[in-house]
Structure formats: structure tokens, C-alpha cells
Design a protein around this ligand. Sequence first.
Ligand SMILES: [Zn+2]
Ligand SMILES: [Zn+2]
Length: 171
Amino acid sequence: MTLIQRAALQMSITLSLLAALSCSVMAGVQGLTVASPPAIDQEVELQGRVVCLPERMHQLYDTELEPNHQHVYGFQTSDGQLLLLLRTKYSEALFLDERVRAKELRLKGRIFPKSHIFEVTRTRSVRNGKVFDLYYYCSVCSIETVSPGPCACCQGPVELTERPLKERSKH
Ligand SMILES: [Zn+2]
Ligand SMILES: [Zn+2]
């Protein structure tokens, strides 16, 4: 085999390898397209209370419960549905503030298809049949925030605040 012939052979091997590689890359992309998640349903607004799911399962179905378990927070709707709470900026207060967990809540958000995972986008509280906006407030900066703090502006403490819904609609 001459040098030129050998070079040509190597070249053709490289080319066919490249072709095979790009084929499999394309197949991979197509596979992803097929497996893309189903469309998300519309937003829901649900009333209920935050519960610890392992504790709730223990109460309901007598599952084993480790006394020193790490709480797994979920939301039990007033009709008894149990949802797992996704922790995001907007649901942070439910995980960090037991005063919020103690309240009857009205949560707005999305439940992902083929799951019971609830992404909360807005938290309101309900007391004596009245609905309140629930947020944190820094009186130094006059800033409202969804997170229990510290204040993003002055790093000072923020106050949990409830405001009747009607007050806001007057603005
Ligand atoms: Zn727990
Ligand atoms: Zn502040």
C-alpha cells in the first residue's frame, strides 16, 4: 500500500466514523423530542394546610415514622388531596416559617402532569372566612417580599404581614 493509499483509507475510515457519530447524535435529539414532558395544566388555587407527609402517612396508614425524621412538607387541600410542595423562592416561607405553616392557606400555582408536585406562585391566608394577602414587610425600606428575610435591601429583619384582600383592590 502506498503512503497516499494509506492516507486515503484512513480518511475514509474517519469520515464513516464521523457519519455514524452524527447519526447517533441526531437520534439522541429525536429521542429527547419524543420524551418531552406533557403540557402543564392551567393554574389552580387550592385551600388547605401545610402538613409533613411522613407524619400524615403515619397518621393515615400507620407507616413507619422515624421520630427524628426530616420533615417533608406537603399541602393537604380541604378535599383531602395531598400534594408535595416544590421549594422555590415563592414557597420558601412555607418551609422556613412555622407561623405560615400554622395558618389555613390559599395557594395558587401549578401541579405538574403525571405527578402530585405543586409549584406555588402565590400564598394567601384564610381566617374566619376572610382571605388575606400574606407577605413580609420591611418597615425601614417599605419593601414587600415573599421571603422571610433578611430584607434584600437593608439586610434587616422583615415582618410577617397579613392584609385583607379588599384593601389592596382599593388602590
Ligand atoms: Zn415531619
Ligand atoms: Zn429593608
